[in-house]
Design a protein around this ligand. Sequence first.
Ligand code: ZN
Length: 342
Amino acid sequence: MLRTTIVGSLPKPAWLAAPERLWAPWRLEGAELAGGQRDAVLAALKMQEAAGIDVVTDGEQSRQHFVHGFLAAIDGIDFGKRVTIGIRADRYKAEVPTVTAPIQRRRAVHVDEVRWARAHTRHGLKFTLPGPMTIVDTLADEHYRDRRQLAFEFARVLNEEARELETAGADVVQFDEPAFNVYMDDVRDWGIAALERAADGLRCTTAVHICYGYGIRANIEWKQTLGAQWRQYESTFPLLATSRIGQVSVECANSRVPLELLGLLGGKDVQAGVIDVASERVETAEDVAAWIRRVLEHVPAERLLPSTNCGMVPLPRAVALGKIQALGAGARLVRRELGVRE
Ligand code: ZN
């Protein structure tokens, strides 16, 4: 009960990639890079275990970015043809590759990473993939010229990948769909269907992460335009409640999301963000416990997994470590209050 997890990413060690930025360039190459990534995954696993995180991730230590990591082994995408576009409804600019031919998965992308992580932890293991809508929103497209069709093409190759990750030992496959908080009409029209296609036939736990983005300046400024209450989840949660996705990962701590919206998720398990990733202030265990208690007013303890609001890749490494320690300690406090045996 109250099993803890993190959304996905952790900061990479400074010897592996330039710190505190998205799309950070690697500082190693070739075999040294591959070995460095594996060492960084070991460190990420052990940091989480020591902090009392029950369902751990590889910290996304082997990919430069949560979307473009998966795309590296997908045919039909020209990484040489990079253009700068406004993503997430023009909230910020990103330099993205271009779809120029039919989408096909050339080979497994992340299977070795799951095998490596699986071999080095006995904790529950979650692995994250970008969701179809978010991939489509992080690319230029000169081939399909239809976001819905392109999303289903990606859902097909994501499903091929997810099935292999399950076989390799992932207990949870999570699709990250921050775009679900931006294009709510598309979510209803095709986003949920594309997500279910990506998760089709999986026997492991499936999850979707929907947030207000990394704690970077563009997102913090965007949040200031969203008004006193952030109600984006209000239209999406009822759709997810009747979907085949098992868990929903959401942002709570220090957000303006009315927590009663969590009641719209029906019987789903909820990974609730009780760690704010938009601040470098490290929470105390009591801060975390207070957010868990607030969420417990809307989600029963047996369906609640305390988590972070979003990935932590842009944070200073010591801050991220402090935050996951607070997460573990805060959940322990509340478990003790509820009389749950550890
Ligand atoms: Zn997120």
